[in-house]
Design a protein around this ligand. Structure first.
Ligand code: SF4
Ligand code: SF4
Length: 178
């Protein structure tokens, strides 16, 4: 049985690694926007975008956080593009057990980009003065049930890994306004 279809705007950020010069403004504004209260602090470790950088090899890869992955990949890739070698996982957007990126520093819970909900334009895109980050939007038809199922599976694996109480404590702390 197929569920009801609805239109959804899919937002993506197109990343041009050749334009990025590693200023980290995107990390700073993202963490400030998501601080509680908003803009009260900035800590790149809390950002939902991270810069993978190796200045000696002229490698700068801004990556924004995607879905939580409960397990590490069994096989990984190495890329050489235009003569530059990129590390394994350099382009991966997952918060996963094999690395520290995209984890809330206090609780270890995964961070995920929310496209700066409520803002007209993602702030990392706005603050990137060299256009290494560009917003793209397209419309897609999705089934409502499918969306709900995906959300439930994601929440279930988080609760399995971190425990429901830890998740509830973190949500309570993050939503506390003081
Ligand atoms: S703001 Fe732009 S140039 Fe600066 S680190 Fe982020 S993506 Fe790179
Ligand atoms: S779109 Fe917003 S939440 Fe996502 S990485 Fe950029 S600044 Fe962070």
């Amino acid at each position: 049985m197929t569920g009801e279809k609805k239109k959804k705007i899919i937002k993506t950020i197109r990343i041009d690694v050749d334009k990025c010069h590693g200023c980290r403004a995107c990390e700073m504004i993202c963490s400030a926007f998501h601080a509680e209260p908003k803009y009260s602090s900035n800590n790149p470790a809390r950002a939902r975008i991270r810069l993978i950088r190796d200045p000696l090899r002229d490698v700068y890869v801004p990556v924004y956080a995607g879905d939580y992955a409960p397990a590490e990949c069994a096989g990984r890739d190495k890329y050489t593009i235009d003569g530059k070698e990129y590390d394994e996982c350099a382009f991966c957007r997952s918060s996963c057990p094999s690395r520290d990126e995209f984890k809330e520093p206090d609780s270890g819970l995964p961070l995920k980009c929310d496209m700066c909900e409520g803002e007209e334009e993602p702030l990392c895109v706005k603050w990137c003065t060299v256009d290494a980050l560009v917003l793209e939007e397209r419309e897609e038809e999705v089934e409502e049930e499918e969306e709900q199922e995906e959300l439930e599976i994601g929440l279930e694996s988080l609760a399995d890994k971190y425990g429901l109480q830890k998740m509830l404590d973190t949500i309570a702390r993050m939503s506390k306004k003081d």
